[in-house]
Design a protein around this ligand. Structure first.
Ligand code: BGP
Length: 492
């Protein structure tokens, strides 16, 4: 019988979504077009792409979310019924500054988030708000070239200050950029899969772009985002010294494929390419390995002395993270893993553990391992888990005239992962302050554009084409998670 644990009363239990996957109403009340609006719909087998030749209403938007823009009150009531202490969502930059460089903010957009945060407060749910979750005004891509342009630092700073000032009494927990490190992995990898580079930085690399062409651009975009983050921290603390402003990193664990030293080196190199983002966010400076790489290739272009001072001052208060799965990494045949050569590091299969229907490896021990590893890297820094969950197909069955969704697979995944987190907190002493599972209500998948990849405790009756009643039903996991929260994590 596994041990049971109880977490402190102030532990932030809840869930997380993102504006572009839930809100819909992509052009309502003055909202501008974002880079998320113009992605293709994708499918389980085809990764989402960037729409070529954008024609509003014709080839975009690809979905209407779950209409959360209008249903948030009913949806939040259900979250409150589960006992949520916190709820993470993002602000769509395009609702506030439709083009990104507008002189004045859009009052209707500001009002929407006022109402949303008021509703959360009324329900005693702490808002955790991401400023940049895979979307920016599309105009900033066509006009400035996305995050490679330093102008974006000022524009983002202005957007962030506007919303932080407006919501200073309603929001305490902020996250600056969602999964900021994704773009590095993709710049190292396959140029045909551009989804994460696009969503993080607004960069689109034409087919055939070389590694040497991609890398300086990726580093420039990342640098600009990090300087913008530092400024957000510096300004945010002036607006409200109680603000808690965090970084957000995809922390899926990486294992070496074998006991060969070269495979261990492959993991280390892959980690260095990911972790420099959190190093800059948290320690305020670039790590030595990345400094050396940048110097070797002369990849650092448009930076200033002042940037480095700001990075040093504007470090974050906490690290938030997503964890879904583990990955296995190895050295390519006959090669020594190196950040100079993306073909020297390969991702490979792991047939020792099961995967989801989308091939994501189910690895709760990896979660405990990751939390420990983060604490080794950044001792004592509070960690908030802001994404973890199981995307699965759900069947609706009629029982005595009532619609039911039995989802034992989701409960099993969450149970094991929450237990692993509790072990990390209680047995290992890791300072985790909250657990916000991903997609507490079904939303559109970011990676595939599907609705049928469902994470929720609450089922939403909409299919991949947006057809359906839009009605919400509780799944079995709804009652289960309610008990988890009620018992402070004891009843799993
Ligand atoms: C993370 C994103 C989320 C979310 C999640 C699950 O990378 O931050 O926005 O969608 O992954 O991915 P998917 O929706 O593709 O299943």
């Amino acid at each position: 019988m596994a041990k049971s644990y109880q977490l402190p009363e102030n532990f932030l239990w809840g869930g997380a979504i993102a504006a572009h996957q839930a809100e819909g109403y992509w052009d309502a009340d003055g909202k501008g077009t974002s880079i998320a609006d113009i992605l293709t719909a994708g499918s389980a087998t085809e990764r989402r792409r960037i729409t070529d030749g954008v024609v509003a209403g014709e080839n975009y938007p690809n979905h209407h979310g779950i209409y959360f823009y209008k249903t948030y009150k009913e949806d939040l009531e259900l979250m409150a019924e589960m006992g949520f202490k916190a709820f993470r969502t993002s602000i769509a930059w395009t609702r506030i500054f439709p083009n990104g460089d507008d002189a004045e903010p859009n009052e209707a957009g500001l009002q929407f988030y006022d109402d949303l945060f008021d509703e959360m407060r009324r329900l005693h749910i702490e808002p955790v708000i991401t400023l940049n979750h895979f979307e920016m005004p599309y105009h900033l891509v066509t006009e400035y070239g996305g995050w490679t342009n330093r102008k974006l630092i000022d524009l983002f700073e202005n957007y962030a200050s506007t919303v932080m000032e407006r919501y200073k009494d309603k929001v305490t927990y902020w996250i600056v950029h969602n999964e900021i490190a994704n773009q590095a992995a993709m710049a190292m990898g396959d140029t045909t899969d551009q989804f994460l580079i696009w969503t993080n930085s607004g960069l689109k690399f034409p087919e055939g772009t070389t590694f040497a062409e991609r890398m300086p651009k990726m580093f420039q975009a990342g640098h600009n985002e990090l300087v913008a983050s530092a400024r957000v921290v510096i300004n945010g603390k002036k607006i409200n010294p109680n603000f808690q402003i965090g970084a957000m990193l995809n922390c899926d664990v990486m294992y070496p494929a074998s006991m060969k030293p070269a495979d261990q080196l492959a993991v280390q190199k892959a980690r260095q390419m990911r972790d420099w983002f959190s190093d800059v966010h948290i320690r305020g400076e670039y790590p030595a390995d990345i400094e050396a790489l940048l110097a070797r290739h002369n990849w650092r272009t448009d930076v200033s002395e002042q940037d480095f001072e700001e990075l040093k001052t504007g470090t974050v208060d906490y690290l938030s993270m997503s964890y879904y799965a583990s990955h296995v990494v190895k050295a390519a045949e006959g090669k020594t893993p190196s950040l100079d050569d993306p073909t020297s590091i390969e991702v490979t299969d792991n047939n020792t553990i099961k995967a989801s229907d989308w091939g994501w490896l189910i690895d709760p021990e990896g979660f405990r391992y990751t939390l420990n590893e983060l604490n080794d890297l950044y001792p004592h820094l509070p960690i908030m888990v802001v994404e973890n969950g199981f995307g699965a197909y759900d069947d609706v069955v009629e029982e005595d005239g009532v619609k039911k969704i039995h989802d034992p697979y989701r409960i099993a995944y969450l149970r094991e992962h929450i237990r692993a987190m509790e072990e990390a907190i209680i047995e290992d002493g890791i300072p985790v302050i909250g657990y916000l599972s991903w997609g507490p209500i079904d939303i559109v998948s970011a990676g595939t554009g599907e609705m049928k990849k469902r994470y929720g405790y609450i089922y939403v009756d909409l299919d991949d084409f947006g057809e359906g009643s839009g009605e919400r039903y509780k799944k079995d996991s709804f009652d289960w998670y309610q008990k988890v929260i009620q018992s402070q994590g004891q009843s799993l």
